[in-house]
Design a protein around this ligand. Structure first.
Ligand SMILES: *[C@@H]1O[C@H](CO)[C@@H](O)[C@H](O)[C@H]1NC(C)=O
Ligand SMILES: *[C@@H]1O[C@H](CO)[C@@H](O)[C@H](O)[C@H]1NC(C)=O
Ligand SMILES: *[C@@H]1O[C@H](CO)[C@@H](O)[C@H](O)[C@H]1NC(C)=O
Ligand SMILES: *[C@@H]1O[C@H](CO)[C@@H](O)[C@H](O)[C@H]1NC(C)=O
Ligand SMILES: *[C@@H]1O[C@H](CO)[C@@H](O)[C@H](O)[C@H]1NC(C)=O
Length: 413
């Protein structure tokens, strides 16, 4: 018995040491290089961002970082980071930009691909950059509750819109006294469209222009394999079991050990993203993917996921369906209210990609058409392999997307 224990322990220890052996070099020029002995491969080097936190990444790259706390009207405390000028260019920023992340992410997605990262590109081009974070990300807390309380996790997309979005915009506007350039990615584009359709006056006072990366609003035409799931049935079924659970609360480490150590793991891991977001790995960047895999995943609530499921089957712009009884109390109608995009009046620039299985060309077309009262512009990425996640981690995202944003903002008056 004792021998068995000792032998097992030795085997486990050996496996752990072998599986998770630590090499000094953690990124390479190609994925082939990545799976060699990186410490002796001249194409590999140490990317310090792998081991740093998000604020450390910003500071380590030589940017000024301010940390602000915003208390929402329903008592969540959100962190907004500010990079108020570039590394060299400290001559008074020209415009305030607020960038907000997508589903299951945090603001890390805008600083984790080195000097190509959106936040750094904007700061270096003279913008005062603010990075928002929704409730329940690692950068958030609550005035009275803590993350172990079920109630902390009791929120839907309604709260992202009415509190997080509105309160963050309020805060940044108040702090800089300048109209904001809003840049949203994926889910945040929908949150912004919803916010500016409902809080019309508020948005007109505080927002200069809206830049939507991989815009989603009409998701009925998505092409992802996941679109074949019978969401209506599933949602009804789940409806009876909805509770205040947390989702993806400790995924970063899981992703690290699940996706990185071996080539087959990276492939299977990316297979998941391919199925969900679009079929291509051409834009995966071996020099930064280890950083994105570790940093670009964060928590949300089960009710947010449930809300998304309600939207997946064509209920575009619908607020959370609480069930007839609660809907009557909250909305005054048996069915949840729907966002009317015609109310939205903020000038909008849509940037989308043809290989994006979520923000598909057809979905973007519907959205564009429905923005009947806003001045609108659009750009389709000139690379037919470009997909959903490439908007924050694509190898060529600077050339294909961010450059166009800079140009657009220079021309936009
Ligand atoms: C990032 O740095 C590399 C190497 O110094 C340089 O070639 C490249 O142009 C830079 N990219 C951006 C977007 O600044
Ligand atoms: C520095 O900022 C100013 C104004 O904010 C801008 O006009 C200029 O182009 C910027 N320079 C560089 C090198 O980015
Ligand atoms: C607006 O900013 C001022 C200081 O700049 C501060 O005193 C005030 O509390 C802020 N108001 C809000 C609503 O954040
Ligand atoms: C948006 O467009 C779709 C398809 O054309 C239409 O069914 C829907 O009612 C529109 N939504 C709004 C809010 O105008
Ligand atoms: C949306 O609002 C516009 C006016 O802003 C109105 O003409 C239109 O009928 C509304 N659409 C729906 C579906 O309620």
């Amino acid at each position: 018995m004792r021998w068995l224990l000792i032998v097992t322990t030795l085997i486990v220890a050996f496996l752990l040491k072998y599986l998770f052996r630590r090499q000094h070099n953690n990124v390479c020029k190609t994925f082939e290089d990545y799976y060699t002995n990186r410490d002796t491969n001249p194409n590999c080097y140490n990317n310090p961002d792998v081991d740093l936190t998000i604020p450390e990444i910003v500071i380590n790259r030589g940017y000024p970082l301010e940390t602000h706390r915003v208390t929402t009207d329903d008592n969540y405390i959100l962190t907004i980071f500010r990079i108020n000028h570039g590394k060299e260019n400290i001559t008074g920023a020209k415009k305030t930009v607020l960038i907000v992340h997508g589903f299951g992410l945090n603001c890390g997605c805008f600083v984790t691909i080195g000097n190509k990262s959106l936040a750094f590109v904007l700061a270096d081009n003279g913008y005062d950059v603010w990075l928002g974070n929704y409730r329940a990300t690692i950068f958030s807390s609550h005035k009275y509750l803590n993350k172990a309380d079920d109630l902390f996790w009791s929120f839907t997309l309604n709260e992202y819109v009415d509190y997080d979005m509105k309160n963050m915009i309020n805060f940044v506007y108040n702090a800089t006294n300048r109209k904001i350039v809003f840049i949203g990615y994926s889910l945040s584009t929908a949150m912004f469209f919803t916010y500016s359709s409902k809080h019309v006056q508020h948005s007109l006072e505080k927002i200069n222009v809206n830049v939507a990366l991989a815009p989603v609003f009409n998701i009925r035409e998505w092409k992802s394999v996941f679109s074949y799931i019978p969401w209506n049935t599933l949602t009804k079924y789940i409806g009876t079991a909805v509770a205040d659970y947390k989702v993806m609360n400790s995924y970063p480490l899981i992703q690290k050990y699940l996706c990185l150590p071996y080539p087959f793991q990276l492939k299977t891991c990316m297979l998941f993203y391919n199925l969900l977001e679009g079929w291509s790995n051409k834009q995966l960047d071996p020099e930064t993917l280890p950083v994105s895999v570790i940093h670009n995943v964060d928590a949300t609530s089960f009710k947010v996921v449930h809300h998304l499921m309600q939207l997946f089957r064509g209920n575009d712009g619908q607020w959370y369906d609480y069930g007839t009884k609660q809907n009557l109390e909250i909305y005054g109608t048996r069915k949840p209210i729907k966002t009317n995009l015609s109310n939205m009046k903020i000038p909008t620039y849509l940037l989308s990609a043809n290989n994006d299985a979520i923000s598909t060309p057809l979905n973007v077309e519907l959205l564009y058409k429905n923005l009947t009262n806003a001045v609108k512009y659009k750009h389709v990425v000139e690379d037919d392999d470009f997909s959903h996640a490439d908007f924050f981690r694509g190898k060529d995202v600077f050339l294909l997307v961010y450059q166009h944003i800079i140009k657009f903002l220079e021309d936009f008056k």
